[in-house]
Design a protein around this ligand. Sequence first.
Ligand code: ADP
Length: 243
Amino acid sequence: MHSPIATRCTDLTKIYGAGDGRVTALAGVTAAFAAGAFTAIMGPSGSGKSTLMHCLAGLDAATSGQVFLGETELGTLADAPLSRLRRDRLGFVFQSFNLIPTLTAEQNITLPARLGGRRIDRPWLMEIARTLGIEDRLGHRPSELSGGQQQRVAVARALIGRPEVIFADEPTGALDRASSTQLLGYLGECVRGLDQTVVMVTHDPNVAAYADRVLMLADGLVVDDLLAPTDDAILHALSGIGA
Ligand code: ADP
């Protein structure tokens, strides 16, 4: 049985600048991301990873092509509905944790939902906290948490609104190896245990190996698509594109 598609794009192009300064960041990308899967987008520096993620997440408009979240085509939305779609239907985890230092972990997790006027589903909050191993850290402020714990609070904040997709941009970039390994294990648990869809950008083969699938970009195009990737398979694919 095929999983439903959470998000997809067709023939996506993104061109920056004009004339001599013209850069083709995406040269026609068609890709679909299954619901409940953990996908890593990889490729050499400058291959278009961040641009693709930003277009899929409605943070940047493509030059041509289409992006769908479920049945909604992002290109048809004006700024205000697009912002609402990002707030209500997507979650984000960035390299920097972006936690508010004066708020506790729990207050940080629930802040976006409270600002959006939504009720906090406490059993869901506790399930997320348990899955991420931070249930005994909810009353602490960010300065009282390790980097890895702070990033898990940021993941909980992304999960609490039950987003259709979480976009993660180098989520382990600011973490040491042990914290990275732990976070990736927890992210995988969110996908398998909580049925969350995650699309993660990374340049690190060890990080990508935690995903169910690796979409490999080079020069703004998809050049490989690996299922259940091992470190070796990823390294082999990377060496094939001269990375
Ligand atoms: P990656 O994330 O794989 O490193 P990016 O998506 O950041 O790649 O960039 C793809 C290409 O687009 C690169 O050549 C980069 O220099 C260019 N690029 C990205 N953002 C901009 C921008 N705002 N203005 C001009 N060129 C850009």
